[in-house]
Design a protein around this ligand. Sequence first.
Ligand SMILES: [Zn+2]
Length: 75
Amino acid sequence: MKTCYFCQGEVMEKRIRHVHHWDDELVIFENVPAEVCTQCGEVYFSPEVLKMMDKATLERTPPDRSVAVPVFSLP
Ligand SMILES: [Zn+2]
């Protein structure tokens, strides 16, 4: 059994949604295989998964679908 690096909680394999953002760009990855801590919620990705997400982002692969994201600016 794997344990969390931060809290030693139990880590489970799951498919999750991951939001990747930098500056004004936002990319959502769905169905991402990850290991999630059941205690603190820390998410771990395998190097292969990170590489796939980097590749899709850098190469501007056409996305499967797009969503509009509302932006609120507080006064
Ligand atoms: Zn944890």
